[in-house]
Write a protein that binds this ligand. Sequence first.
Ligand SMILES: [Mg+2]
Length: 391
Amino acid sequence: MPSLQYVGASELARFRGLDAGAPQRAAVFADACRLNALSMIMEAGSGHIGTSFSCMDVLAWLHLEVLEDGDRYFSSKGHDAPGLYATLIGLGRMPFERIHTLRRLGGLPGHPDVGSTPEVVTNTGSLGMGISKARGFVLADRAQGRRGRVFVLTGDGELQEGQFWESLQPTANRGLGEITVIVDHNKIQSDTWVSEVSDLGDLEARVRSHGWEVARCDGHDLDAVAAALRTLSDAAPDRPKLLIADTVKGRGVSFMEPDDLPGAGDDSLSDAELTALQERFLADGWGDRRPVAVEQPFELVVGGRLIRGRIDAIYPRDDGGFDVIDFKTGQVPSDFAAASLQLSVYRLAWADLAGVGPAVVDAGFLYVRTGSVKRPDVLLSRDELAALLTG
Ligand SMILES: [Mg+2]
């Protein structure tokens, strides 16, 4: 049985007071909260890790550097409750002992609930209601002569809800500049890609067309988050604001991150350049080979755990076997051995999908700048992978 440690109250307090730049301090605090959220979820035996981790940097920044007396923060997506609890515990605004009570009777509920946790601003649900609730808070504040801003976190999957879109126009029409919405844009909803369920299209343009001020940044780069929030605030004091924070579901744990696994190193290329390079390889073939599948989604159960992902391309081999290929645009990383975990998962997943033994499936990274393929020395078997994951 693996054991998980948590970060104690005194250490959290030390992190909050670190003599470092505000973004660095918040990033350290966020990672400590990730550990505590994970510890809570493990003790509970259930809970949403990926969605808590993708928004944790934004949560830390808002709570440490942005929110002032009279301001409100709440999550519209709600499944990130462990992340919020870890943050509130980290701030000392929720008793530390509650870290052991997630999803227990009388403890912290799986979704925010003001009845049992007065530290949260509002219950969550239904999905898509976040802006509508924020409007209510702001209008009530105005009626009572109170001042305060409202920060709302939404998921990206929940933007498929009609109420989200209905709430945009009247919020702009009323000039509710107190509202800032942050979209935790991790590209995944529940167990699949947002784009596969119902693509959001040009989200920036769509929201902007309703009269909102819109910005977009890397939601894990707290210098960028700080600058984007400042720009929004300066640009539109009297209009509602929305920040699209590009995030990674499961951020902080390499094997949970779908797009940022070891060896990715893709930072230097834009999405368009990356797509062009990948398309070149898919169109020209690799050597003379055409892929038998591209963007292949998979589900693999190893050691009782479900792993979902997507394989860039699978090429046939002359001997009847397959090459599972993951495109890389950066350089070969120094910690290449760590990357073999990802390819081991891909290899087993494709063997299952193709109905063949893993022995006839090889796997490697194709470095698209040079066309070279780098294969790990060892690809783990199902048993070895299970042992590693459940260790
Ligand atoms: Mg999402």
